[in-house]
Design a protein around this ligand. Structure first.
Ligand code: DLL
Length: 433
C-alpha cells in the first residue's frame, strides 16, 4: 500500500523540479524571517537568489544543535508566536533542549508523513495501533498519533511504560500494530514470554520501531519473538520528529520523504558532500516547514543514501540504517544523554576525581548505564557506610541531571585508563555495527 502515490512515486525529474522550487522558497523564508539565518547569510555574503540549482544548497551554511540551543527557546521561529500551535523538545531531560515549533500547516505535514510511514507498515483504517512512544514534549507519541489520524486507524494512546498494562491492552483490544523503541519491543517480548502469553493469541502484524539505533539481529529477534514484521522509522525533533524516513516492506533502507526533507551526506571532517552510497553524516533541510524552517541541519547520524528505485515502487531515496554518530551523544532507553551531563553532575560532588567512564550495556533488552568514578584516596579508605552514601548522592545528582537511574561504581584512585588524546569516556557494549 502506498499512501500518497503522486508524492512517493514521482519521477526523478519531477522530484528535483519540486525540490528546487521548495528549496528556493524555504531559503527565502528563512532569510527574511529568522534573524539567525539573515546574519549567517549576510556574513557569508549569500543571498537567497544564489540558489539556482539544487547543488547550490552547498553554498549555504550548516545549522547545528548548538545553534538551535543558542536561540533557545523560540529564536528560530519564522512566524509570529501566535501562529505556533504546538511545541516539542528533544528527548534529553535537562540542559537546554532544542525546541521545535509547529504551525497548523506543519502539523498537517507531520500527519501526512507519519501517515505515509504507518501505511508502509501495512496500517489502514481497520488497524488498532498501540502507541507506546512517550506522549509529551518528546515527539514520538504525538507524531505517531497524528499519523494514525491521517490514515483513519484506531490509535491506542497508551504512551510509554507500565508493561503489564501494555500486554493486557494488547490482548484485550487485539492490537495489530505497535510503535515503540526497538529495545522496548524486545522487553515486551520477554515479559510476554514470562507471563506465558502465546503470541498466536495476539493479533500483532507489524511494529514501527525507532528513536534509537538497532541492528538486523535485533530485527530478527523481535520478529521471531513477537510474530510481527519489524520496520525501522527515523526522525529527529529539530526536523519534525518521527516521520523523516521509514522502511517499506522490502526492508532495504528507509525512504526519506524527499518532497518535505532534502537529504545530503557529508564527510563530517571536511564537510564535503559525498556521493551515492558513501557513508557519512546525514544533513537535512526542511523543504516545507513554515514555523521553523531548518537549513542543512547536521544530524551527526551516520548513514548512506541509495537512489535507485525500490521494488516497492517508491522512488524516494533510501537511507541505510544508522550505524553510529559523529559525536558522543548516547540514547539510553530512548532518552538523549551526553557524557558531559554526567561529568557536570560529578563535578558537583566533593571527594571525587573527575575521572570517570560510562559503560552502556543491554543485559535484558533494556539499556543499563553504569558510571565508574574514581574516588579520592581519603574517600576510598573511608568506612563502607560513607562510601554507600556517596554512591547514593552521585546517583541522585546524575538522576537530576539526565532523568535516568544509573548504577554507580566507585573505583580506586588512578585505576581508570588514561588516554593521551581524547579521553574515552564511553564504552558502549550494545554493538550496533
Ligand atoms: O527520537 C524522534 C523519533 C521518535 C524517531 C519516534 C523515531 C521514532 P529525538 O529525541 O530528537 O527524536 O532524537 C533524534 O535519535 O538524531 C538519531 O540519533 C536517533 N534516532 C532516531 N530514530 C532512529 C533510528 C526522536 N531509526 C535522534 N535509528 C536522531 C537510529 C535513530 N537512530
Amino acid at each position: 500500500m502506498i499512501w500518497n502515490k503522486e508524492a512517493e512515486c514521482m519521477s526523478n525529474g519531477e522530484k528535483e523540479e519540486l525540490q528546487l522550487k521548495l528549496l528556493k522558497e524555504v531559503v527565502k523564508r528563512a532569510y527574511e524571517n529568522v534573524p539567525y539565518y539573515k546574519n549567517r547569510f549576510d556574513k557569508l555574503n549569500i543571498k537567497p537568489e544564489d540558489i539556482k540549482t539544487l547543488k547550490d544548497i552547498e553554498k549555504l551554511p550548516f545549522t547545528t544543535k548548538t545553534d538551535l540551543r543558542d536561540s533557545y527557546p523560540f529564536g528560530m521561529f519564522a512566524v509570529p508566536e501566535e501562529e505556533i500551535i504546538e511545541v516539542h523538545t528533544s528527548s534529553g531531560t535537562t540542559g537546554k533542549p532544542t525546541v521545535s515549533g509547529y504551525t497548523q500547516k506543519d502539523l498537517e505535514i507531520w500527519g501526512e508523513v507519519m501517515g505515509r510511514a504507518l501505511t508502509m507498515a501495512g496500517a489502514g483504517k481497520k488497524d488498532k495501533i498501540q502507541n507506546c512512544y512517550g506522549y509529551g514534549l518528546f515527539t514520538g507519541g504525538l507524531g505517531v498519533h497524528y499519523g494514525t489520524q491521517t490514515i483513519g486507524a484506531t490509535v491506542i494512546p497508551i504512551s510509554a511504560g507500565n508493561t503489564q498494562r501494555q500486554i493486557e491492552i494488547m490482548q484485550d483490544f487485539q492490537t495489530s500494530i505497535i510503535t515503540c523503541t526497538p529495545s522496548y519491543a524486545l522487553y515486551l517480548a520477554e515479559v510476554l514470554e514470562k507471563n506465558g502469553v502465546d503470541i498466536k493469541d495476539l493479533n500483532l502484524k507489524a511494529g514501527v520501531f525507532g528513536a534509537e539505533m538497532w541492528t538486523e539481529e535485533m530485527r530478527k529477534a523481535i520478529e521471531d519473538r513477537l510474530g510481527l514484521s519489524a520496520l525501522n522509522i527515523y526522525g529527529l525533533t529539530e526536523i519534525i520528529g518521527p516521520g523523516v524516513a521509514q522502511e517499506c516492506e522490502i526492508k532495504n533502507g528507509l525512504h526519506i520523504f524527499e518532497d518535505h526533507f532534502y537529504p545530503e551526506i557529508i564527510d563530517p571532517k571536511t564537510q564535503e558532500t559525498l556521493g551515492e552510497g558513501e557513508k557519512g553524516e546525514l544533513v537535512l533541510t526542511t523543504l516545507t516547514r513554515d514555523g521553523m524552517p531548518i537549513l542543512r541541519f547536521r544530524t551527526k547520524d551516520i548513514t548512506g543514501l541509495q537512489k535507485e528505485k525500490c521494488d516497492c515502487g517508491r522512488t524516494q531515496v533510501r537511507m541505510d540504517r544508522i550505524t553510529g554518530r559523529t559525536d558522543d551523544m548516547l540514547k539510553i532507553r530512548g532518552v538523549i544523554v551526553f557524557p558531559s551531563q554526567i561529568e557536570k553532575a560529578l563535578l558537583k560532588i566533593e571527594g571525587l576525581h573527575p575521572q570517570y567512564q560510562i559503560i552502556v550495556t543491554r543485559p535484558k533488552h533494556l539499556d543499563e548505564l553504569e558510571v565508574q568514578v574514581e574516588a579520592s584516596p581519603t574517600l576510598f579508605s573511608d568506612e563502607v557506610k560513607h562510601v554507600e552514601e556517596v554512591k547514593k548522592m552521585i546517583e541522585s545528582y546524575i538522576h537530576s541531571e539526565i532523568g535516568l537511574r544509573v548504577n554507580i561504581s566507585l573505583v580506586e584512585p588512578e585505576s581508570l585508563p588514561r588516554s593521551e588524546g581524547k579521553a574515552v569516556r564511553v564504552i558502549d557494549k550494545r554493538n550496533f555495527d
